[in-house]
Design a protein around this ligand. Structure first.
Ligand SMILES: NC(=O)c1ccc[n+]([C@@H]2O[C@H](COP(=O)([O-])OP(=O)(O)OC[C@H]3O[C@@H](n4cnc5c(N)ncnc54)[C@H](O)[C@@H]3O)[C@@H](O)[C@H]2O)c1
Length: 304
């Protein structure tokens, strides 16, 4: 008995890294999986792996940020397996550069794959669920780069923060149709992170060699859980996941307020009292490297 017996799931960008692990795990838990991947060879390999392990999967190649591909993913789930229960939006790319050097092409490419690549499959899946009334699960892929901000990733971080907001809004809008939508902020050793940060250790941060803390497959069990009925009461949340650690993020929250006695502020009036916000909250007014405060970090941005 698996947590996803009888379910049908789509995973975008499932040919490598975290998405590959997610597709394999969903299949191990009993789901039939539509494997989306830009690179047909990588996608085909994952489908073969799932089938060899006794699971069911079908390949649907293409760019998930294109309308036809996204529509086709949902159609494939319905025509091949007769339904759709879960969508895992995972596909992503990096084009790291500090903002003064970043080209419009680098900005657009990242925003498109991540934001359109989340919006379009979600749009077609939600349209189906709204009509069918069957309910569903969506897992979006944010990043600590967006939630906290990461040097050299203005495009990627903006997209990932957008994905966290997108996920929360989809959760609200689709609640009445039995759809739950959550986001994860993973961290793992993949082609993407080794390309950005260099070689990443295969032991746990405390030096334990028996557990490969940064292995990408460590992300998948949380995703399988969020796709299951067992997580039916959870929606609109953002989870951190790396190694053996599952974390819960708090959304942007106001932590201090100053008011001006029912009168519009003047700039000088704010200038005189802005320090109260920082005094009350203990927040540093200067730009901060919040990523440096992560419990677990694979990032080293010195090379950007
Ligand atoms: N690895 C990490 O530490 C980390 C951290 C935070 C967020 N993420 C996010 O996790 C997701 C997976 O990243 P990864 O590290 O496994 O990267 P990866 O490069 O190993 O795998 C991404 C896969 O997505 C595919 N892909 C890219 N664009 C696509 C598109 N438009 N349509 C379909 N497939 C496409 C790629 O071909 C590749 O196979 C991404 O959204 C990434 O931003 C990863």
């Amino acid at each position: 008995m698996g947590l996803l017996d009888g379910k049908v799931a789509i995973v975008t960008g499932a040919g490598r890294g975290i998405g590959r692990g997610e597709a394999l795990e969903l299949a191990r838990e009993g789901a039939r999986v539509v494997v989306n991947e830009l690179d047909p060879e990588a996608g085909e390999t994952v489908v073969r792996e799932i089938v060899a392990a006794g699971g069911e999967a079908t390949l649907d190649t293409g760019d998930c940020s294109e309308e036809d591909t996204a529509r086709h993913l949902v159609e494939t789930a319905l025509s091949t397996y007769g339904g759709l229960d879960a969508l895992v939006n995972n596909a992503g790319i990096l084009r790291d550069r500090t903002v003064a050097k970043m080209t419009p092409q680098e900005w657009d490419a990242v925003i498109k794959v991540h934001l359109r690549g989340h919006f379009l499959p979600t749009h077609f899946a939600c349209a189906h669920w709204k009509e069918s009334g069957t309910g569903g699960r969506i897992v979006c892929t944010a990043s600590s780069s967006g939630l906290l901000g990461n040097f050299g990733q203005a495009n990627y971080g903006a997209a990932k923060a957008g994905i966290a907001a997108f996920s929360t809004i989809v959760a609200m809008e689709m609640a009445r149709y039995g759809v739950r939508c959550n986001a994860i902020a993973p961290a793992a050793r993949t082609r993407m992170t080794e390309g950005a940060y260099g070689s990443i250790s295969d032991m746990s941060p405390d030096g334990d060699e028996s557990f490969d803390f940064w292995h990408p497959d460590n992300v998948a069990p949380l995703v399988a859980y969020l796709c299951s009925d067992a997580a039916g009461s959870i929606s609109g949340k953002v989870f951190g996941i790396q190694g053996d650690a599952v974390e819960l993020y708090q959304p942007y929250t106001s932590v201090a307020v100053i008011q001006n006695h029912d009168t519009r502020w003047t700039p000088a009036g704010i200038a005189a009292r802005a320090h109260e916000l920082f005094d009350a909250s203990g927040i540093d007014p200067e730009a901060e490297n919040m990523m440096a405060k992560l419990r677990f970090s694979i990032t080293d941005r010195s090379a950007v």
